[in-house]
Ligand binder design. Structure first.
Ligand code: HEC
Ligand code: HEC
Length: 314
C-alpha cells in the first residue's frame, strides 16, 4: 500500500517535472520573423536605440556623453523580487554580444530567450519589444555593433525565491507574452501621427511597462484595461502617473505640452521631470520633433482612464 502511494507520488512528480520541462521549453522566432543577417542599417538603428532606452538599463546612469554608449551593464535595478543587473550588451566577443547572430539577438529582444535557450526575465521589456518590426530589430543590431566593445561581466541577479527559478519564466511567458496591441483600435479619426506614435509607445518605447498596472501583485502581465492609467513605482516609493487623456491623467496637457516635456523635461507648470522618467526623457530628447509629436498624438488618442468607469467607457 505504502509502496503504491510512493510510486504514485513518484509518477506524479515525474509527470509534473516532465510537464514543467515541456511548458518551459524556449519558444523561438520563426525564420520568417527574423530579417536577413546583415540587412540592418546602423543609422536608422540609432533612432530605435534611443526610442528603446537601452542605455537606461545597460549603461551606468552617471555615465555622460560617449561613456553612456559603453553598454557594459547598468545600475542595479531594485524591485520587489530582488535586484536585476542589466548585462553587458556591448559588442565585446566574450563578455558582450559580439559573437551573437542577428537571430540570437532577435530571440533575446522579442522572445526573451538567450542563445543557450535560457529564459530572460521580463525586467528586460521584451514584452514590448516583441511588437517591433523585424527591420527595426536588424537596424538596432547593426547600430549596437558600432558601439565600443567593453570587457567585463555585470554581476549576477540577486533574486528571492521563487523568482530565482529561471525556467519558471517560461510559464510566465506562456501566460503573458504576446505581440498583440494592448489597446483596442484608436478612434477612427486618429491621425497618421497617432498611429506612428502607437508603434513607438507600444513597441520600442515600452512606456506601458511603467505606466500600466500589473496583475498578480505586480508579478503578472500588464492590465490592458488600465492601459497607461498609472501604476505603483516598480522601483519603490510613489506612483508612476496616469498619462491617458483623462482628468486624472494629462487631459489638460496639449499635444505640444507633451512633446515639449519629452524634449525638455518641463511640464506645463514648469515642474521638471523626476525619478525613473528622467532617463526616459533624456532618451526621448534624442528623437526627432516628428517622433515626439507622434508620441504626443497617440497619448491624446488612447482611451481616458481613471476618472471613474463612466468616463473610462466614454
Ligand atoms: C528596464 C531595463 C532594461 C531596458 C530598458 C533594456 N534592457 Fe536589456 N536587459 C535587461 C535585463 C535586466 C536583462 C537580463 C535579464 C535576465 O537576467 O534574465 C537584459 C538582457 C538583455 C539581453 C540579453 C543579454 C544576455 O547576455 O543574455 C539583450 C541582448 C538586451 N537586454 C538588449 C537590450 C536592448 C537592445 C535594449 C534596448 C532596445 C534593452 N536591452 C533595453 C534590462 C533592460
Ligand atoms: C522606467 C519607468 C518609466 C518608463 C519606461 C516611462 N515612464 Fe513616463 N514617467 C515615469 C515616472 C516615474 C514619471 C513621474 C515623473 C516625475 O515624478 O517627475 C513619469 C512621467 C511621465 C509623464 C508626465 C506625467 C505627469 O503627470 O507629470 C509623461 C507625459 C510620461 N511619463 C510619458 C512617458 C512616455 C511617452 C513613455 C515612453 C516613451 C514613458 N513615459 C516611459 C516612469 C516611466
Amino acid at each position: 500500500m505504502l509502496n503504491n502511494i510512493l510510486i504514485g507520488v513518484f509518477v506524479v512528480v515525474l509527470a509534473g517535472a516532465g510537464g514543467f520541462k515541456l511548458l518551459t521549453l524556449p519558444q523561438r522566432l520563426g525564420p520568417d520573423q527574423i530579417a536577413a543577417e546583415g540587412s540592418g542599417d546602423a543609422v536608422r538603428g540609432e533612432r530605435i536605440f534611443w526610442a528603446g532606452g537601452c542605455v537606461s538599463c545597460h549603461a551606468p546612469s552617471r555615465a555622460e556623453g560617449e561613456d553612456g554608449l559603453r553598454l557594459a551593464g547598468g545600475d542595479p535595478l531594485k524591485t520587489d523580487f530582488g535586484i536585476f543587473h542589466g548585462p553587458n550588451i556591448s559588442p565585446h566577443p566574450d563578455d558582450g554580444i559580439g559573437g551573437w547572430s542577428l537571430a540570437d539577438f532577435a530571440n533575446a529582444l522579442q522572445r526573451g530567450v538567450d542563445p543557450e535557450g535560457r529564459h530572460l526575465y521580463p525586467a528586460f521589456p521584451y514584452t514590448s519589444y516583441v511588437r517591433m518590426t523585424k527591420e527595426d530589430v536588424a537596424d538596432l543590431f547593426a547600430y549596437l555593433k558600432t558601439l565600443p566593445p567593453v570587457a567585463g561581466k555585470a554581476p549576477a541577479n540577486e533574486l528571492t525565491f521563487p523568482f530565482n527559478i529561471r525556467p519558471a519564466v517560461g510559464l510566465w511567458k506562456l501566460a503573458f507574452l504576446g505581440d498583440g496591441s494592448p489597446v483596442a483600435d484608436l478612434p477612427a479619426d486618429a491621425s497618421e501621427a497617432a498611429h506612428a506614435g502607437r508603434y513607438l509607445v507600444e513597441g520600442p518605447g515600452h512606456c506601458g511597462e511603467c505606466h500600466t498596472p500589473r496583475g498578480f501583485a505586480g508579478a503578472g502581465g500588464l492590465e490592458t484595461g488600465e492601459w497607461l492609467a498609472g501604476a505603483p513605482n516598480p522601483e519603490g516609493r510613489g506612483r508612476v502617473p496616469n498619462i491617458t487623456p483623462a482628468k486624472a491623467g494629462i487631459g489638460s496637457w496639449s499635444e505640444k505640452d507633451i512633446a515639449y516635456y519629452l524634449e525638455s523635461g518641463f511640464t506645463p507648470d514648469f515642474d521638471s521631470v523626476g525619478g525613473p522618467m528622467v532617463e526616459v526623457q533624456e532618451n526621448m530628447a534624442k528623437l526627432t520633433d516628428e517622433d515626439r509629436a507622434a508620441i504626443a498624438a497617440y497619448l491624446k488618442a488612447v482611451p481616458p482612464r481613471g476618472d471613474g468607469e463612466a468616463a473610462a467607457e466614454r
